[in-house]
Design a binder for this molecule. Structure first.
Ligand code: SAH
Ligand code: DHB
Ligand code: MG
Length: 217
């Protein structure tokens, strides 16, 4: 069992299940060219986000953490022509690269990129959103989740990326803000009567991590 094997299997399933996608590949290439970190979701994970959004009949999606818009494109493609995806990004350079990637993918009429700290943007947004994807600075995970819950409706899905972090989430002594922030989220969600939730650990091209998925009651 090794990261190489996880990557090999991701390549295999992606080749078998996902058609070549020049626009998504162009987005990845543009991110690389622009010096963005390669911390976007994998293709298989992006496809899962797209399936989840379509499964809840999403018309409005909220994203926290745009980077170059790779996950944004997967999610926005799940929406009808009059759908809306609002995505929050603090880094102006990331947001500019994302805007170009989204435009190339023909999704600029659907995607609204809000530049600034998400904690400044979220209080001014209004729901309901049918799905939220939280994937920004992990120390604020709980605050983002609470905003997403406030702007949800019964049946909305709230998905949080990177909640396992190679197993660090289970280490109560890990002092890093990303781990303590994610533990605070998991423990608060466990006490939150308004959602049913689980965490699924994942391995693949992006290493060993996991998603939290919550459904609003
Ligand atoms: N969802 C993307 C990856 C996001 S990476 C994808 O899968 O394609 C995390 C992003 O969150 C980075 O671009 C980072 O700049 C952004 N971010 C970090 N702190 C933030 C904050 N306080 N508000 C908004 N975005 C933030
Ligand atoms: C990091 C952030 C992410 O959203 C991710 O998917 C992987 C890594 C990071 O900050 O290191
Ligand atoms: Mg992530």
């Amino acid at each position: 069992m090794s990261e190489d094997l996880w990557k090999t299997v991701d390549d295999y399933v992606t080749t078998q299940l996902l058609p070549p996608d020049p626009l998504l590949e162009a987005a990845r290439a543009a991110n690389d060219q622009a010096g963005l970190p390669a911390i976007d979701v994998s293709a298989a994970q992006g496809a899962l986000l797209n399936l989840l959004a379509r499964s809840v009949g999403a018309r409005r999606v909220l994203e926290v953490g745009t980077l170059g818009g790779y996950s944004t494109i997967w999610l926005a493609r799940a929406l009808p022509a009059d759908g809306r995806l609002v995505t929050c990004e603090v880094n102006e350079h990331h947001a500019e690269v994302a805007a170009a990637n989204v435009k190339r993918a023909g999704l600029d009429a659907v995607v609204d990129i809000r530049v600034g700290p998400a904690l400044d943007t979220l209080p001014g947004l209004e729901g309901p959103f049918d799905l939220a994807f939280i994937d920004a600075d992990k120390e604020n995970n709980l605050a983002y989740f609470e905003h997403a819950l406030r702007m949800s409706r019964p049946g909305s899905l709230l998905v949080v990326d990177n909640v396992v972090r190679a197993g660090q989430v289970a280490d109560a002594d890990d002092p890093s803000p990303a781990v303590t922030g994610t533990r605070r989220l998991v423990e608060a969600v466990g006490r939150e009567p308004r959602v049913d939730a689980t965490v699924i650990q994942t391995v693949g091209a992006k290493g060993y991590d996991g998603f939290l998925v919550a459904r609003v009651r």
